[in-house]
Write a protein that binds this ligand. Structure first.
Ligand code: SAH
Length: 347
């Protein structure tokens, strides 16, 4: 028991930037190349125990003085379309989900940023039981690394369970580590961060000027509709959010991707489409339309394909860059915390 407590207070070495790992290793009397081995090992999805290029003595020393991300795969589902969904158990016994998707332009992994979520979006399964804790940078990296060890990953979307900008410091560490040439070396241009619109954090993130893609979950063009779907809108209403998006584009020069989940009779009328078009007109952006995935506890129905097409056409006619998202993994509950939620109901 005692060692357990000490362990959890130990420094989490799989979440450190390489430049901070080196001095830690020096402190315990180890040369720089050992830091490189560790960093590489974590990027290969290994725990220290699994790094055979590190001697037994050093592994024991590290176990005593530090800790690291450790994901145990508890379930893996494969959809006929090739989408794979992983459930991982963390050392504190919580479970998280990670999704691997195959696209023409390369393989993508969708990772979780928190255990649960506290944003409360009305259509979403991830937030039904609230937020348990943030994931560490190492736990985010390990999701990518574990999947990449089996199938080469070229793109990362941080669109799984959790609100990444509500776990801001760890997100920044993760982005830098996954981009590091000494590790997975995945370019920022191949990484998307999705947010429900935490404006203060968006402003901070813009200042970092990472050439990532920011996805903003808009889902409604007016406060009345957005308040119904997303409690966060009461803190950051549509006009405030859109100004933050314009500022983000101005500072970073990067196009924003707006996510718009279509819910039958709630946000899918021609009036909503016209409002949305005027909201984003002239912005460096793309609009992604997604039929809502039905979540039993939520009871919100997806719009019909005819309604979606009509909505898309109104936007396109007004010059908006718009696409309808292809659905992957629909047979394995692959979206938005659905598998984790199902697993937890079973337990
Ligand atoms: N918290 C972040 C990222 C996680 S959610 C965010 O809000 O963007 C990833 C995306 O899935 C968001 O656009 C979210 O609104 C959407 N989403 C959640 N539940 C959904 C559902 N049942 N059907 C369709 N999209 C959903």
């Amino acid at each position: 028991m005692m060692t357990e407590t000490v362990k959890s207070e130990n420094l989490d070495i799989s979440s450190l930037l390489f430049d901070d790992l080196v001095p830690f290793m020096e402190q315990i009397g180890e040369p720089k190349y050992r830091a490189e081995q560790l960093f590489r090992g974590f990027s290969q999805g290994k725990t220290v125990e699994e790094m055979t290029d590190i001697g037994k003595g050093l592994r024991a020393k590290l176990a005593e003085r530090s800790r690291w991300a450790d994901l145990e795969q508890v379930r893996k589902l494969t959809d006929p379309d090739g989408t794979e969904k992983f459930l991982f158990r963390l050392p504190d016994s919580h479970v998280i989900e990670t999704v691997f998707m195959r696209y023409k332009h390369g393989n993508s992994v969708c990772i979780s940023s928190q255990v649960g979520c506290r944003m409360g979006c009305r259509f979403c399964a991830s937030t039904l039981l609230g937020k348990v804790r943030n994931l560490s940078a190492g736990e985010m990296l390990a999701q990518v690394a574990r999947v990449n060890a089996v199938n080469k990953v070229s793109n990362i979307v941080i669109m799984g369970v959790g609100e990444p900008l509500d776990n801001y410091e760890n997100l920044l560490l993760f982005l830098q580590n996954v981009n590091d040439p000494k590790g997975l070396n995945i370019g920022y241009r191949h990484i998307s961060v999705s947010t429900c619109g935490l404006v203060d954090r968006m402003e901070q993130l813009a200042q970092r000027r990472f050439p990532i893609t920011l996805s903003v979950s808009l889902h409604a063009p007016d406060d009345e509709t957005r308040n119904r779907l997303m409690p966060v809108n009461r803190k950051y209403p549509v006009a405030t959010l859109m100004q933050a998006c314009r500022d983000y584009i101005a500072v970073t020069g990067r196009r924003i991707s707006f996510e718009y989940t279509l819910v039958k009779e709630i946000n899918d009328t021609p009036r909503h489409a016209a409002l949305l078009a005027s909201l984003v007109r002239g912005m460096l952006c793309h609009v992604n339309l997604i039929p809502v995935n039905y979540v039993a506890e939520r009871g919100l129905e997806p719009s019909s394909s005819g309604t979606i097409e009509k909505f898309r056409r109104i936007l396109a006619e007004k010059g908006v860059n718009v696409t309808v998202r292809r659905r992957l993994g629909s047979e394995i509950n692959a979206s938005c915390g659905q598998l984790r939620h199902q697993y937890m109901k079973e337990q």
